[in-house]
Design a protein around this ligand. Structure first.
Ligand SMILES: Cc1cc2nc3c(=O)[nH]c(=O)nc-3n(C[C@H](O)[C@H](O)[C@H](O)COP(=O)(O)O)c2cc1C
Length: 209
């Protein structure tokens, strides 16, 4: 219709947690992000994607270019997403094993991470997760996964006062504000990336969709 302003598309975000622990702080943070997005961010939906059913990466499980059902289902969820929100603890100064396993499965051909926007949050120990976050950014270089630069989000889960209540609900409003800023940045960056991607005639990456 003439004069009508085009509505921005709804951004679909896949939220992945690198901890399999039932009471994971990082999963609690993702739940908070999902709630926050529902309540106060228009044009973005976050879906939690469980990586617990994935088998350990093993190319023997790949048969004629197909993957085990849990892997196919996970890959499809990533394929459908516009962007990815990673939350994870740091493990021995690096990425947790479950998260690396999920990344590796989705990187198998065709690499379904390619050209997605992404953001990282972490609840960890003393280092607050800085080291693993930078390892993930390095992996993103190879996978054509594009991370927002700022804001960065690091949280020490052990430092008082408690950030979560006994049900895993985020109770620190300042942390909630930080999380919201990160989500808004991810939304803006995803739209910018898609604008640039779909308006360019040629993509220099070999793995363009
Ligand atoms: C095997 C292992 C290694 C860890 N290594 C680190 C580390 O290098 N740096 C850090 O800050 N925390 C480290 N931690 C602590 C976790 O990051 C912390 O307990 C985190 O809150 C757990 O996340 P979750 O609550 O989402 O499971 C480690 C924990 C485990 C189990």
């Amino acid at each position: 219709m003439e004069g009508a302003v085009a509505e921005k598309p709804v951004i679909k975000v896949a939220a992945i947690c690198g901890s399999l622990r039932k009471a994971s702080f990082n999963r609690s943070l993702l739940r908070s992000a999902i709630q926050l997005c529902k309540e106060s961010i228009k044009g973005m939906e976050i879906e939690y994607i469980d990586i617990a059913p994935l088998p350990m990466q093993n190319t023997d499980l790949e048969v004629n270019g197909t993957y085990p059902p849990a892997v196919e289902a996970f890959r499809q969820k990533i394929r459908e997403a516009d962007s990815v929100l990673f939350a994870s603890p740091e493990c021995n100064y690096s990425i947790s094993a479950p998260l690396k396993n999920a990344i590796d499965w989705a990187s198998r051909p065709p690499n379904v991470w390619a050209n997605k926007a992404a953001a990282i949050v972490s609840v960890a120990g003393g280092s607050r997760g800085a080291r693993w976050q930078y390892h993930l950014r390095q992996i993103g270089v190879f996978l054509d996964l594009h991370f927002i630069n700022k804001p960065e989000f690091f949280l020490n889960g052990r430092q008082p006062p408690a950030k979560f209540d006994s049900d895993g609900k985020l109770i620190d409003s300042a942390v909630g504000e930080e999380l919201k800023k990160l989500l808004l940045s991810l939304q803006a960056f995803t739209l910018r990336l898609q604008d640039n991607f779909f308006s360019s005639t040629e993509c220099p990456s070999s793995s363009c969709r």
